[in-house]
Write a protein that binds this ligand. Structure first.
Ligand code: ZN
Length: 166
């Protein structure tokens, strides 16, 4: 019933432990180094689709370079996601300079990150796109563990760690 580790490959319903390094524009922006591999259930859309797709069939110990175009990653830059605000709309404590990250709360009370795109004497243009929108994502990944997801994990659609959870 249970497969040997040698024959086990990444398929839907497998819990994948993955070491990864994410490079964007030649700069490493995220890595499992330091905080350990990520764990997710393959086929559940827990990770970006362009990466998940490339993992099928990989074995434990196998490494791969994956390039994910924007449309399979965080999407293209949406020109409608820029919005102008008067300078007075911002608290004094926020430096109004391009590149500064802001935290906004929408009407539903969810908080979103946005970045100041440009600033004039009167207005501040804020970019509400995902910071990685329009970017090509370069992943170096290594599968370091595979196991069957439990029925409960499959029902919840996410991996259960050793501790308590939602
Ligand atoms: Zn759960």
């Amino acid at each position: 019933m249970s497969k040997t580790n040698e024959s086990r490959v990444v398929t839907d319903g497998q819990v994948v432990s993955l070491e990864y390094t994410l490079t964007v524009d030649g700069e490493v922006i995220d890595s499992s180094e330091g905080h350990g591999p990520i764990e997710f259930i393959q086929g559940m859309g827990n990770i970006i689709p362009g990466l998940e797709e490339e993992l099928y069939g990989m074995k434990v110990g196998e490494s791969k370079s994956v390039v994910v175009p924007p449309e399979d990653g965080y999407g293209e830059v949406d020109p409608d996601a820029f919005q102008d605000f008067p300078r007075e709309a911002f608290p004094q404590s926020i430096p109004l300079e391009p590149g500064v990250t802001l935290r906004f709360q929408d009407e539903a009370g969810n908080s979103h990150l946005a970045v100041i795109d440009s600033v004039t004497d009167d207005t501040v243009r804020v970019d509400f796109n995902h910071p990685l929108a329009g970017k090509e994502l370069h992943f170096e990944v290594k599968v370091v563990g595979l196991r069957d997801a439990t029925d409960e994990e499959l029902m919840h659609g996410h991996v259960h760690g050793s501790g308590t959870h939602d």
